[in-house]
Design a protein around this ligand. Structure first.
Ligand code: FEO
Ligand code: CA
Ligand code: CA
Ligand code: CA
Length: 600
């Protein structure tokens, strides 16, 4: 019976109503199950999870904390590999009686280091359904944990530059670990791209760095006046490289897009410096008309920019050796958005201008091509290591927290989630970021010139200006707002095989739980947002993925129970294990109970 009712790719499901349940609630006809939880075994010899007796050694073999980006590589129709990012740790929820970084034991700090990074796990289909479960027996030869200690290599134009050298690594090419990996993507040659996002929070001692380095640290949100920021995990107590006063350039070795080969557990992850150094939400790839690889990237901080990288050489199907060089040479661009309505009509309220749309034109401004800088006064290595400073100099457009950005595989349009920006003021709104005190965010649609991802100019519009549909400052692509699900704080985006846009939210400012939404981007249903599922109390929704066979949706339920003041003695959530259990970040799969295609 599989597939009936949705052969056209229409979205037909009855949406989930906004709620504050401590559960994953799916749309009518669907159900869900946990695939893998924090602490579940990744390596075959992983010890059982024991909340009150975790060790760094155990955690390094178990599924990490705060799962974010999820992607799936089928091995057969009933087996596959799941890649999952582990963005960050919340020590206040992982351990009892924590008052800050100073109160952690060295062993707890080691648990934190090991709970970061990523996991590769083998999963298997349950029967012929859309449900998948963790493989718990057998060799599991692809299974791997990558942590904040895993050896990695820096490659591309900035690798080996003076800015990336430390006392421990005079080559400027060898790094341990990746930090705060948020979203990501895959490449046409079946590797994972994962983005180091808020890596600035792991370092102390910024007040002790050489004066010349301080403006660059400050531009990346690192305190240059405080020795130990209040939010510090004090990792320097276990590894002194996290103290900038002693190792000022260690931080320059974080903030990159990291490429991981999920099919080779011995492969060294590679930090691709050609893609720039920002608070990388992630990177998603597509091909330009001429076969060059294009990676779209957001810098998730208020008033930061949208970027893309275009490789110098073209992708050659089947030529793995060649393809694995593509992300080391190319041009890094930053986006400038120009509105087409008079500035007087962009008044900060979110009211549509008289032409009926927040829209306009844009350009991709080149920053560096290989070893050549396009920015006056900066070398190519400086552009790639201090990318925000370079983008400031060329007049790019400061956006409302650029999160995930991805090209629609059917239409070629590119969609970027702009999460929110409470600091936007009436004085600095523009047509792409038109609301002051923007609590709910918007989605920008970019149409590259001639629908070529390699183009250097584009047109754009805002199909979604999020928030309460009854609020006149919201816009749902002109669709009847009495018929849509309210959406707030778009974060991760993906597409089903029909090109419908799926959006996960983080920080719903409308008072109910976060969730996953779907919306057609073309035809009369454009703008008809429906909520597909909601996640438990305190959680955000990450890593949405609709499988190619359209039987399954994977989501990462990140930080369930993360509510101000919650501790292991007073948990705010008991998801997923129920009873009096501690909340555990977990990946969930949802499927239709009758085996219908996702969206039916
Ligand atoms: Fe880690 Fe931008 O969400
Ligand atoms: Ca995200
Ligand atoms: Ca306009
Ligand atoms: Ca997020």
């Amino acid at each position: 019976t599989r597939g009936y009712g949705n052969d056209e790719g229409g979205l037909l499901f009855t949406p989930v109503a906004p709620n504050t349940e401590d559960a994953v609630i799916t749309a009518g006809g669907y159900t869900s199950a946990v695939v893998v939880r924090w602490g579940d075994p990744v390596l075959p010899d992983a010890p059982a999870f024991d909340f009150d007796h975790q060790t760094g050694a155990a955690q390094a073999k178990q599924f990490g904390f705060n799962c974010d980006f999820v992607t799936f590589f089928p091995l057969t129709s009933s087996r596959g590999l799941l890649w999952v990012n582990h963005e960050y740790t919340n020590e206040f929820m992982m351990f009892r009686n924590i008052t800050g970084g100073d109160s952690l034991t060295p062993e707890q700090i080691k648990v934190g280091l090991a709970a970061h990074g990523g996991s590769i796990v083998e999963i298997e289909r349950v029967g012929t359904t859309g449900q998948w479960k963790l493989v718990r027996t057998g060799a599991r030869r692809y299974n791997r944990r990558i942590t904040a200690d895993t050896p990695m290599r820096l490659s591309g134009p900035a690798a080996g530059s003076n800015l990336l050298k430390t006392a421990a690594d005079p080559s400027g090419t060898a790094v341990y670990g990746m930090l705060n990996n948020c979203a990501g993507g895959t490449t046409p040659w079946n590797t994972v791209l994962t983005g180091e996002e808020n890596w600035n929070q792991y370092f102390i001692g910024g007040n002790g760095v050489p004066e010349a380095q301080k403006p660059y640290l400050a531009r990346y949100g690192v305190s240059t006046t405080t020795a130990i920021p209040v939010e510090s995990r004090r990792w320097d107590r276990v590894q002194e490289r996290f103290d900038l006063a002693r190792h000022p350039q260690e931080i320059n070795r974080f903030g990159w897009i990291v490429e991981v080969d999920p099919f080779d557990p011995t492969a060294t992850p590679i930090k691709r410096t050609a893609l720039g150094r920002i608070a990388h939400e992630g990177a998603t790839t597509t091909l330009a008309r001429d076969g060059r690889v294009v990676a779209y990237m957001g810098d998730d901080t208020r008033f930061e920019y949208i970027y893309k990288f275009v490789s110098k050489n073209a992708y050659i199907q089947g030529n793995d050796r060649h393809n694995r060089t593509l992300l080391d040479e190319g041009t890094l661009y930053v986006a400038k958005f120009t509105g087409d309505s008079p500035a007087s009509e962009i008044d900060g309220t979110g009211r549509l201008p008289s032409d009926g749309a927040f829209d306009g034109t844009g350009t991709w401004i080149p920053l560096a091509s290989g070893g050549t800088s396009h920015v006056a006064g900066m070398t190519a290595a400086e552009v790639l290591v201090y990318t925000r400073v370079a983008a400031d100099k060329v007049g790019a457009t400061k956006m409302d927290r650029p999160e995930d950005i991805e090209r629609n595989p059917i239409t070629g349009a590119v969609y970027a989630a702009l999460s929110n920006n409470s600091n936007r003021t009436v004085a600095n709104v523009d047509e792409a970021n038109p609301r002051a005190s923007n609590r709910h965010g918007q989605v920008v649609e970019i149409l590259e010139q001639k629908n070529d991802a390699g183009a250097t100019s584009f047109t754009w519009s805002l199909p979604l200006v999020c928030g309460d549909p009854a609020d006149p400052s919201t816009y749902y692509a002109g669709y009847d707002k009495t018929k849509v699900s309210p959406i707030s704080c778009p974060d991760n985006v993906t597409f089903d095989p029909h090109g419908n846009l799926w959006i996960a939210t983080d920080g719903n400012a409308l008072g109910s739980n976060d969730g996953l939404f779907a919306m057609p981007v073309a035809g009369p249903e454009r703008g008809h947002v429906r909520q597909f599922l909601t996640v438990p109390i305190g959680a955000e929704t990450c890593g949405p993925l609709v499988t190619k066979d359209e039987l399954s949706v994977f989501v990462a339920v990140q930080h369930p129970g993360e509510v101000s003041g919650a501790t292991p003695d007073t948990p705010a959530s008991h998801w997923p294990d129920g009873g009096t259990s501690q909340p555990r970040p977990s990946v969930v799969v949802a499927w239709h109970k009758l085996g219908k295609k996702i969206g039916s």
